[in-house]
Write a protein that binds this ligand. Structure first.
Ligand SMILES: *Cc1c(COP(=O)(O)O)cnc(C)c1O
Length: 464
């Protein structure tokens, strides 16, 4: 538009965003746009589309952080240009990452916390890959030294998160996943020992199982492996998947022995963006001792006259999450984390009691002996006019996202619903949720679902 057409130009400048010519048309979806758009117009379009994602705080299926302090928003903004891999350009970010590693090592009772190894990752999945690789490397070194074949490594676990299936497939390790049996939803020492042999690179107990939220018995497994070594000479290490529990148990159940207090625990991963309360995109893996991370997995980078070890799958990565994690450690300390997590546990217990009172459900996990969450199934032999997938669907109408899913192998018949109680899910919100659940049950009483299999036929949920 020529500038001398003053009136039209003026109109354009004064147009309301929604009356602009940019927003008077549909934006391209799968073709690269030909023309540019005004920043505030493009912003409004993207901002508006994100409304359809729903409200993350009502997503009770995720383990990940959905509420952060205003200070974290500020720090994230200040760090938007920091690449954590550029350790010479951003030496303080690198220093802060290292401090977090040592703080975690200390929290997890490493015998030499100030000198051990560890690193940040994008989340527990990458951290699990690194922990798993270190186990495989150590095993291979040991087997080679003994002149034995190294082509059939295996790993033993209970009902693990998907990242361990990925680890096993990507790195060619046989996954010996202990199937569920009846009401046993975790590994037991006996089931672990049955599966051990000289090709076992390690055992991976989960501190906070994705499906039921329970902790696996790390100490009992540690002790059984001690006995196995006495009986057979097999020396099998443990890596703990502490994605959730790694940043819960030390604060809320400090007497629970699951960490480096147990000599067999050689490494631990955790998700900073779950109960570490950091924004999405940070995890951690820490080794018990420097010696537990094989040298040839570490790449040494010279910078600032020092020699910096790096061990990661990724190269460039944002530094803000690491900074925000450090902020949380400073801001909260052991006391602050304990208070936040305890409030969540109390709410989980409250929800378990209230949901039990509804009379239709068996509580599978009530928030005791695991992470702040609760889960339930429909009572056997009753027909309330809906199944849990229907309930999940109906409660979504009020914005609540609650996962309904079937259990892992050998108990696929059991469908459960699970609620994660996270920072920011107050007692008051819990009460509103109970009211909404009652409303749904009422609705189905009046309008029973006619054709209900035990199948998920509406939107699908993922565990994360
Ligand atoms: C969430 C979770 C993972 C994966 O962690 P991300 O941080 O999402 O990559 C692995 N293991 C367990 C037990 C989990 O709960």
């Amino acid at each position: 538009m020529p500038l001398h057409q003053k009136d039209d130009v003026r109109d354009e400048l004064l147009d309301d965003v929604y009356a602009s010519s940019d927003l008077g048309q549909v934006m391209p979806k799968y073709k690269f746009p030909k023309e540019q758009h005004a920043a505030e117009h493009a912003y409004q379009v993207v901002h508006d589309e994100l409304m359809l994602d729903g409200n993350s705080r009502q997503n009770l299926a995720t383990f990940c952080q959905t509420w952060v302090d205003p200070e974290i928003h500020k720090l994230m903004d200040e760090c938007v240009d920091k690449n954590m891999i550029d350790k010479d350009e951003y030496p303080q970010t690198a220093e802060i990452e290292a401090r977090c590693v040592h703080m975690l090592a200390d929290l997890w009772n490493s015998p030499d916390a100030a000198n051990t190894m560890g690193c940040s990752t994008t989340g527990s999945s990458e951290a699990a890959m690194l922990g798993g690789m270190a186990m495989k490397w150590r095993w291979r070194q040991k087997m080679k030294a003994a002149g034995k074949p190294t082509d059939k490594p295996n790993m033993i676990c209970g009902p693990v998160q998907i990242c361990w299936h990925k680890f096993a497939r990507y790195w060619d390790v046989e996954l010996r996943e202990i199937p569920l049996e009846g009401d046993r939803f975790t590994m037991t020492p006996e089931e672990v020992i049955k599966r051990c042999d000289e090709n076992t690179i390690g055992v991976v107990p989960t501190l906070g199982i994705t499906f039921t939220c329970q902790y696996e018995p790390v100490k009992a497994v540690n002790d059984a492996l001690d006995q196995l070594q006495k009986d057979t000479g097999l020396d099998i290490p443990i890596h703990v998947d502490g994605a959730s529990g790694g940043l819960l148990a030390p604060f809320v159940e400090p007497e629970l022995e699951w960490d480096f207090r147990l000599p067999r625990v050689k490494s631990v991963n955790t998700s900073g963006h779950k109960f570490g309360l950091a924004p999405l995109g940070v995890g951690w893996v820490v080794w018990r001792d420097k010696e537990d991370l094989p040298d040839d997995l570490v790449f040494w980078v010279n910078y600032l006259g020092g020699n910096m070890p790096t061990f990661a799958l990724n190269f460039s990565r944002p530094g803000g999450q690491i900074i925000a994690q450090y902020y949380n450690f400073l801001r909260l300390g052991i006391e602050g984390y304990r208070r936040i997590h305890q409030a969540c546990y109390d709410t989980a217990h409250y929800l378990a009691d209230e949901i039990e009172k509804l009379g239709l459900f068996s509580i599978i996990y009530d928030g005791r002996g695991g992470i702040p969450a609760m889960s339930w199934s429909l009572k056997e032999g009753i027909d309330p006019g809906f199944n849990l997938f229907d309930l999940s669907d109906r409660i979504r109408a009020r914005g609540w996202q609650i996962a309904a899913y079937s259990m892992p192998p050998k108990r696929e018949d059991l469908v459960i619903m699970r609620i994660l109680v996270r920072h920011g899910f107050s007692r008051d919100l819990a009460d509103l949720l109970i009211e909404d659940l009652k409303r749904c049950i009422d609705y189905y009483e009046r309008n029973p679902v006619v054709n209900k299999g035990n199948e998920e036929d509406s939107g699908s949920f993922k565990h994360s």
